[in-house]
Design a binder for this molecule. Structure first.
Ligand code: SAH
Ligand code: SF4
Ligand code: F3S
Length: 460
């Protein structure tokens, strides 16, 4: 295995280039982020590097000197959204030849997409892969001086690439909610999924670095901290994931420590006990099931059975009563029969999730499932999706009803003239009347409930 850590010298050299770029005031960067929280975390690094290079931030592409489009490749819809947004910048580039436009993220890691992007969007100045974030200063400098279009991508094949770059600046987009990446990439190769190809090999940060970052956030008053990775519970740093979670949850102060995403195959009793025993660890567990049928799970290469999943889901629910459980489901995986799909409906009913994230299967070029015969027609996927949603809505309704009359601890996200909104430890959204300041905790008495929202008033 190559040395996965980018050398400190290299990071330093990049930051020096950023300093040199910082020679003009009023420059602005507009970063558009598609996809998951990994991309959002990456965008905060891109923004931090840009800040060092003298760029303020703007949401309005028209005001920008630099536009970065951080793309997602998980489903076709995500790709189309990023492309159509990129297409809108043609005019801006015609009006302002100095404007720099860069495309990065997961789409950039797919050869065909990258080539198509460079060909069909001639006003895109540069494209860089998920592994080349730390090189942004050099990429910007080259674009300004060389005036030629460039692509920055790892030379290694997809089964080898993946670095960890420590010490990069961050510009966080919230002062009370933070994401902390603990690992990158994925080695699971679920047959439908593009992530292992575009994010590279699974690799974990050192626990010391993670814990120092969390401690610093707690000291600065962050009330919601999320440990991030494609499979956080497969973390393979110098300590185990349950230990890391326990230590990260044990700093002095009140905060919700969340983590996303967990893989069922690595969900252990030890982890469940940490969730139960450490007060700051949020009482929320996102455990993607994808399907409730054993043949489909095996065709997906998920490496657990329906029975094992159910056993773990019911175990954590009994160990941590009231925990919020959520999951991901793919509707219409190739070859999925009606009978098999109904086993997914059944697992939803048995576990009683608070919320499910349901996705229509989208064939991803280069993945084994895309080549399978018996692709399910779109209308059939939609029908299954709608059936799942309606079953789930009834379950969520019923679960939320139990909150009425109870008092819950809420971290306030917004307050407009006494109408506040926030989240509980279980990540439930609560709208409430009160005086809570954004970023502080409040005790809220729940007065009414709907499937995905609780309403209440702050207790005096
Ligand atoms: N690493 C996490 C999340 C991966 S992406 C996990 O393993 O659970 C988030 C979700 O997108 C997945 O859980 C899956 O439900 C969905 N997804 C991934 N690839 C997909 C595809 N080709 N079509 C539809 N949904 C997909
Ligand atoms: Fe994709 Fe599977 Fe890895 Fe999740 S575990 S990122 S679904 S390959
Ligand atoms: Fe999308 Fe890449 Fe995340 S494909 S879901 S942005 S890891």
């Amino acid at each position: 295995m190559n040395n996965i850590f980018v050398e400190a010298e290299q990071i330093k050299a990049q930051l020096e280039i950023a300093d040199k770029l910082n020679n003009k005031t009023d420059k602005k960067v507009c970063i558009l982020t598609f996809g998951c929280q990994q991309n959002e975390a990456d965008s905060e690094i891109l923004s931090g590097i840009c800040e060092k290079a003298g760029y303020g931030e703007t949401d309005d592409p028209k005001e920008a000197d630099l536009i970065l489009i951080n793309t997602c490749a998980i489903r076709e819809h995500a790709e189309l959204k990023a492309l159509s947004r990129t297409g809108q910048f043609k005019k801006l580039k015609e009006q302002n030849k100095e404007l720099l436009i860069g495309v990065c993220g997961c789409m950039a890691e797919q050869k065909e997409r990258r080539e198509a992007l460079m060909k069909s969007y001639p006003y895109v100045d540069f494209v860089f892969g998920t592994d080349k974030l730390y090189m942004l200063p050099q990429i910007i400098r080259n674009a300004k001086t060389a005036k030629k279009r460039s692509v920055y991508i790892s030379d290694l094949p997809h089964n080898e690439f993946g670095v960890i770059a420590e010490g990069l600046p961050l510009r966080r987009n919230s002062s009370h909610k933070a994401k902390v990446s603990i690992m990158y990439g994925c080695d699971n190769f679920c047959t439908y999924c593009v992530v292992p190809y575009v994010r590279g090999r699974e690799r974990s940060r050192e626990s010391g670095k993670i814990l120092a970052e969390v401690e610093n956030l707690v000291m600065r008053g962050y009330g919601d901290i999320m440990l991030l990775g494609q499979n956080v519970n497969s973390y393979k740093g110098d300590i185990s994931f349950p230990k890391l979670l326990e230590r990260a949850g044990s700093f002095n102060g009140e905060y919700f420590l969340r983590f996303m995403t967990s893989h069922p195959k690595d969900a252990s009793r030890e982890l469940f006990e940490v969730i139960r025993d450490v007060p700051n660890v949020a009482k929320q567990f996102h455990l993607p099931v994808q399907s409730g049928n054993n043949r489909v799970l095996s065709a997906m290469n998920r490496r657990y059975s329906r029975e094992k999943y159910l056993e773990k889901a019911l175990e954590i629910k009994s160990l941590v009563p009231g925990i919020t459980m959520t999951t991901d489901i793919i509707c219409g995986f190739p070859t999925e029969t009606e009978k098999e799909f109904l086993e997914t409906v059944d697992i939803i009913k048995q576990v009683e999730f608070d919320m499910i994230f349901t996705f229509l299967y989208s064939p991803r070029p280069g993945t084994p499932a895309a080549k399978m015969e018996d692709q399910i027609p779109h209308e059939e996927k939609v029908r299954r999706f709608e059936l799942l949603s309606s079953v789930q809505n009834d379950i969520a309704d019923k679960l939320n009803d139990k909150y009425v009359g109870k008092t819950v601890r809420v971290l306030c996200d917004s307050n407009e003239n006494g109408m506040c909104s926030g989240r509980t430890s279980g990540n439930k959204i609560v709208n409430f009347e009160g005086n809570a300041m954004v970023g502080t905790f409040a005790d809220v008495e729940i007065t009414s409930a709907a499937a995905y929202i609780l309403k209440g008033r702050e207790r005096g």
